[in-house]
Design a protein. Structure first.
Length: 232
């Protein structure tokens, strides 16, 4: 039997599928048995003898072709391998068909393209450049800080505009904690924009303070029954 191994990222656990789901189930099982004072091995035995939705058979039945003895009475079954494999393939096709109804492939990136990338466990986006594509869904990135990183396409966003000779980036994607390389806007905004060659579209809050508050000038018509009353 041939085995194929694929490298996955520790921060992209959804790509590992059933393996990550099994880890989650075992963690919850251990916590429940510890809280109730039950034997974890008995709970593990029941888990192995529980039929799966994809095949209708339990993991023990698929491995030993019989149902092991548990605390719940059960009958022995003799299974053939092709029945289990056929049901698993049918279930995979059904799941794929439902997933592909709304799933779309992300646009591919080319070498030298300027992008924003995300670090594991962080919400900020950092500027960088595509240097290499080691796998169909992974890219090697050179950050503006000089470091090299490998990120999944899910954690990469292309830049809408290419900024040259400037450290000004979109404030919506930069991390609030990343002050390195961020320009100082505490002074004159127009002077900084003229020096960097980037037109600033940030509105001046001082202009809004001097303007009077606007009130609604729409003409309103009162209902007919108001004529019988003095509403002023």
């Amino acid at each position: 039997m041939e085995h194929q191994s694929h490298q996955i990222r520790s921060w992209l656990s959804e790509t590992n599928g059933k393996a990550e789901a099994a880890v989650k189930i075992m963690k919850n099982l251990i916590l429940k048995t510890k809280h109730n004072g039950d034997d974890p091995y008995e709970a593990l035995l029941e888990l192995r003898n529980t039929p799966r939705q994809c095949t209708g058979f339990s993991p023990a039945e698929m491995c030993t072709k019989r149902s092991p003895r548990t605390l719940i009475p059960s009958t022995s079954k003799c299974l053939s391998e092709h029945v289990v494999a056929e049901k698993k393939e049918n279930y995979k096709r059904q799941v794929k068909r439902q997933y592909d109804k709304q799933a779309r492939d992300l646009p591919k990136l080319h070498l030298g393209q300027t992008i924003y990338y995300q670090n594991p466990g962080q919400t900020g986006w950092y500027p960088g450049t595509i240097r290499e594509q080691p796998s169909p869904r992974s890219y090697k990135i050179k950050g503006d800080n000089g470091g090299f990183y490998i990120r999944n396409r899910y954690h990469i966003r292309p830049r809408k505009t290419i900024l040259k000779d400037t450290d000004v980036y979109d404030g919506n994607v930069l991390d609030d904690d990343d002050d390195k390389g961020r320009p100082d806007f505490s002074g004159n905004r127009s002077q900084h924009a003229a020096q960097s060659g980037v037109v600033s579209h940030v509105p001046d809050n001082n202009c809004d303070r001097n303007m009077p508050a606007r009130t609604s000038t729409r003409e309103t018509n009162r209902p007919v029954w108001h004529r019988d009353y003095d509403m002023d």
